[in-house]
Design a protein around this ligand. Sequence first.
Ligand code: SF4
Ligand code: SF4
Ligand code: SF4
Length: 369
Amino acid sequence: MSTPAEKTAGPAWFCYAQDLKKQAQTAQSPIIATFELTPRCNFACSMCYVRLSPQQMKPIGREHTAAEWIELAKQTAEAGTLFLLLTGVEPFVRPDFREIYEALSELGFLLTIYSNGYLIDRNTAGWLAERPPLKLRITMYGATNETYQRVCGCPDGFTRVAQAISLLQQRRIPLSLSYTMIRENQQDFPLFQQFAAERGLSYIYTSNIVKPVRGASSRAEQVRIDLNKQLQNDLHDRTKRIPGFVGVSDDPLAHCGSNRCGYWITWDGKMSLCSFMETPHTRPFEEGLPAAWEQLQARLSSLRKPAACASCEDAAFCASCPGMFCAETGRPDQTSPAICERAALLHRHYAPSGERDAEPVRGGATTDV
Ligand code: SF4
Ligand code: SF4
Ligand code: SF4
């Protein structure tokens, strides 16, 4: 399966972007950023790990204004950031999203947008066509309205999202899809694949449903698909940062594609390595971006793996990382029984006699690049 970047911009561009990223990692240069513009969403999915209601937001912090994001973006451009992902939870819920996007586009970033697609109407698609992003990824949660109702609480979700996709394709906006798979929409996955194939769109999918973070609440543990069943049904995605028979290292971030080159800024203004990690974090709006980046790198470099990992015979089948640890346990250096059971199961399934693939698999949550 090709990645969205390969599909939309071509393999030569993708290789070039990968090369840039490697150089940035070597130089510890912040080339990839994510601005999480809001924790609000027009959907209310049962598995969402980060959505907050306005009431939940109040004790945590405030959304930053368009002017504040644009000012911070100027600093990120000066610091060398080239790839900028705009996400939220759902970025199109912000009435000032266009103001932010247009200003960032003027600054020269290569912009990506992640959205559920529901709020993209004819007018929005036309506006985007005037300044197309490098890519727009729409996450789908079913292939019928009934499933959208069940998963997202939205009775016309599929109809509206399918319309948005048509409008975007008519205007040649670089587009890709993703699918979040849980128990309630697993049965729609073949229909989703058919939907993507009929429109010639690449897709990724995930069934790795993490526990809620940063004050959110969800039913993640109730709706996760049992890994045993995924393996039996051949639904386990080995193309992503899934155990992938990873090279074992003492460095907890050895397989993190965002380490030393990427950062995530949360809606309330914290800079961290990725969406899952609350710890460590710095404060770029207060400290300035260069200082926040330097401090974050210093704190990340002092992270250590949990002691149990050193002698673990399932380590080569374990996709754990500080982000996953944080999402599961609230700490970047503490594992959980669920993570270790998963690795043991994958070890038994993929290499019952102990063999491994040669190539390590790298991952990063913030970008396809
Ligand atoms: S899973 Fe996606 S669409 Fe659903 S509430 Fe969360 S951000 Fe919104
Ligand atoms: S399975 Fe558990 S102990 Fe083993 S490497 Fe993974 S997190 Fe560490
Ligand atoms: S979740 Fe992804 S970006 Fe975050 S630490 Fe893990 S590999 Fe890195």
